[in-house]
Each structure stands twice: as C-alpha cells, then as structure tokens.
Design a protein around this ligand. Structure first.
Ligand code: ASP
Length: 303
C-alpha cells in the first residue's frame, strides 16, 4: 500500500459548484502549494501539528476556498469562521466558532489549545482571545471578495439558504518523522446566508476533526450538521480502534453509508501512523491531494 505524510482537502460538493468548475487549475495549484508548505516542515523534522497549521493557513490566505479570506458570508453579511486542530500525540485539541477578525482561524484554534485551558471558544470572546494572543487581526471586510458578496446578494434575493452552493472548506492531516499525527479543519460554514450563530462540524472535535496516534488523524468536509450527529471523525477512528478496520474501510462506512443514511453528503481525509491513508467522499467532487515522504504529490478533484 502506498504511503503519505500529508493530505489536504479543499471541500466536497457538486461538480458545478463554485469554485470547482471555473477555477479547477487554480484550485489544484493552491492545494499543491499547501502540500508543499506542510511538506517542507515535515521534511525538516518539524511536527505534524506545524505542518497541518501551515497547510491550512496557506489555504485560508487564498480567496479560492471557503475558509479565511473569501469564505461564505452569514446572513449578517460578515464571515463567521470555524476552525479546529488536534494533536494525536496527547489528544490535546483547540477550536473556534463564529470568529470574525482573526486573519487565520486555524492559528486561533491552535492558540486555544496551547495558550488556554479551553477546547472550544466562540464568537466575541474568541475574537478578544485572538487579540490578546497577538495573532494577526483584520477588519471583517478583509474576508470580503467580489464573489462572496455577490453570492450573498444572489442567495438573499431568492431567499434561499439550503442549497449546498459552495464547497471549499479546507483541511489537513499529517504524520511527522516522530510518528505523531495531527489534523485540522477550517471553514466559513456550509452555505452562504447561513444563520448568524450557526456552528458546523469544522469547529467540533470528534465531528469535523480528530487525531489520536493510536488510530488516525481525520478532517472532514460536507453537510456539517450530519457530521456532528454522526460524530463522524471520531466514528472513523473508533471503527479502526475497536473493529480493526483499515483507514479506507472505516472511512467508506461512515462517508458512504452512515452520512447518506441521514441525508448528508461530504468527504474525509485520513492518515494513520504507518502513513496509510484514505480519501473517501460521496459527492461528485472533492478537492484533495497527498504528498509522500519522497515529496511526490498527487492532486485530484473528480471521482
Ligand atoms: N462542514 C462544513 C460545515 O458544515 C462545510 C463544508 O465542509 O463544506 O460548516
């Protein structure tokens, strides 16, 4: 079986949904850049946690994805961002929900893990925490782009907020030279015009993100409410721990059976301590890629 050291995803969805169709080339380049950024850290003996954070930060900084700059806007007209990160070495975790002024939500999630005694911080309090931690602060309009503003207008014009109109949540999972796993996820939410205050699986440890050296590191994307109700990321790890399933089998059970059973859609990237990995999804597309210890990378979008 082929092995990898780092996997990234850029969301799962319909083939026609933005940004996949118009911007496939750009998205592939962006995933490659994220992989290379994380890989450089791992190759130099850095931690899986650093690699995951750096790969996600790279994607948050690009307006192509539904994370950080360019993320979908809530019905309040601002980006309310969710992110989480977990260290498989000691199962420490940090997460933020509905934050609005930190340039890189994944860095705030990490600060929650390392600089507070909390696991999850939300909204205004988390924004204040990001400021206190001297993380890079921006105005909420930094996250605006022509596209996310137009999308909100369109969706509000038809009073429609249920169609999965944009994919592009980002995530990463990594294995470092010490054999430690880490996972992280970052998003603006499932749809433009989401309820202000809505929190998805990307902020929930065990649903959108999970890492445990004993089993695997997992990052999900898709219909977050269904991933929360299935405790999806942890469920995959539990299938590996208690049933001894392979990463691929465990991922497929959750993504291809359990999630659709409740009307959900989406996908997942997983890696275990041996570098065995899986990328499973039940949608037409999932932006995804991996890189091996030799630096060979592969990016795919469609089935
Ligand atoms: N899972 C994310 C959420 O529900 C959205 C996505 O991955 O597309 O917030």
């Amino acid at each position: 079986m082929q092995e990898a050291v780092l996997l990234v995803h850029g969301g799962a969805g319909k083939a026609s949904s933005y940004p996949h169709k118009a911007r496939e080339g750009e998205c592939k380049e962006a995933l490659k850049l994220a992989l290379q950024t994380g890989y450089n850290i791992l190759r130099n003996g850095g931690t899986s946690l650093d690699a995951v954070e750096a790969a996600i930060k790279t994607m948050e900084d690009l307006p192509l994805f539904n994370a950080g700059k360019g993320a979908v806007l809530a019905n309040s007209g601002i980006c309310e961002l969710d992110a989480s990160i977990m260290d498989g070495k000691n199962k420490r975790a940090g997460a933020v929900a509905g934050i609005t002024i930190a340039k890189n939500p994944i860095m705030v999630a990490r600060a929650v893990m390392e600089k507070s005694d909390c696991v999850l911080m939300a909204s205004h309090g988390a924004d204040v925490f990001a400021q206190e931690q001297k993380l890079e602060i921006v105005t909420p309009s930094y996250f605006h782009t022509k596209e996310n503003l137009e999308k909100l207008k369109q969706v509000q014009a038809v009073d429609e907020n249920i169609e999965p109109s944009k994919s592009g949540t980002v995530g990463a999972v990594a294995l470092d030279q010490e054999g430690n796993l880490a996972a992280g996820t970052s998003t603006g939410g499932r749809v433009a015009n989401k309820y202000s205050g809505r929190i998805g699986d990307s902020a929930i440890i065990g649903a959108g993100t999970f890492a445990d050296n004993k089993t695997c590191a997992v990052s999900t994307t898709g219909y977050g409410e269904i991933f929360i109700r299935n405790v999806a990321a942890y469920d995959i790890a539990a299938l590996i721990e208690y049933k001894g399933l392979s990463v691929q089998k465990a991922a497929d059970i959750v993504i291809k059976s359990k999630i659709p059973l409740l009307g959900g859609y989406g996908g997942v990237i997983i890696i275990d301590r041996h570098g065995h990995y899986a990328m499973s999804f039940n949608t037409e597309t999932m932006l995804r890629g991996y890189i091996t210890a030799d630096g060979v990378s592969k990016i795919d979008i469609h089935q």
